[in-house]
Design a protein around this ligand. Structure first.
Ligand SMILES: [Zn+2]
Length: 111
């Protein structure tokens, strides 16, 4: 599949090998169409499948999930599923630093 224009800004794209990173881990080098205006990296379907494969091999597949906020006494708690907890080595009692990035996003730094 050939891609000639950027979906985001309509800029020109060039074919390049790029390091694909997922959760801070480099999965490998993959061919991408990179926009020379906004830097957007576009992968064709075949490459996307290969990236998914590489992520599955590294156990990084499907870590994103919907969560739920629950009440614990006078505070609220966020339920983190087992997969994410294992990936971060998060255990009961572990200290974390929680800070908002903006009104729609929080960052949890595992100490
Ligand atoms: Zn662009």
């Amino acid at each position: 599949m050939e891609i000639s224009k950027c979906d985001e800004c309509n800029g020109k794209v060039v074919k390049k090998e790029v390091d694909f990173k997922l959760y801070g881990d480099v999965l490998g080098k993959f061919p991408a169409f990179v926009c020379n205006k906004c830097g957007e990296e576009i992968f064709d379907e075949e490459t996307s499948d290969k990236i998914d494969e590489a992520a599955k091999k590294k156990g990084l597949w499907g870590l994103g999930a919907n969560g739920k906020v629950i009440r614990v006494g006078s505070s609220i708690a966020l339920v983190i599923n087992k997969k994410i907890a294992q990936f971060l080595n998060l255990k009961e009692g572990r200290e974390v630093y929680i800070h908002p990035e903006n009104k729609n996003r929080i960052i949890i730094d595992v100490q």
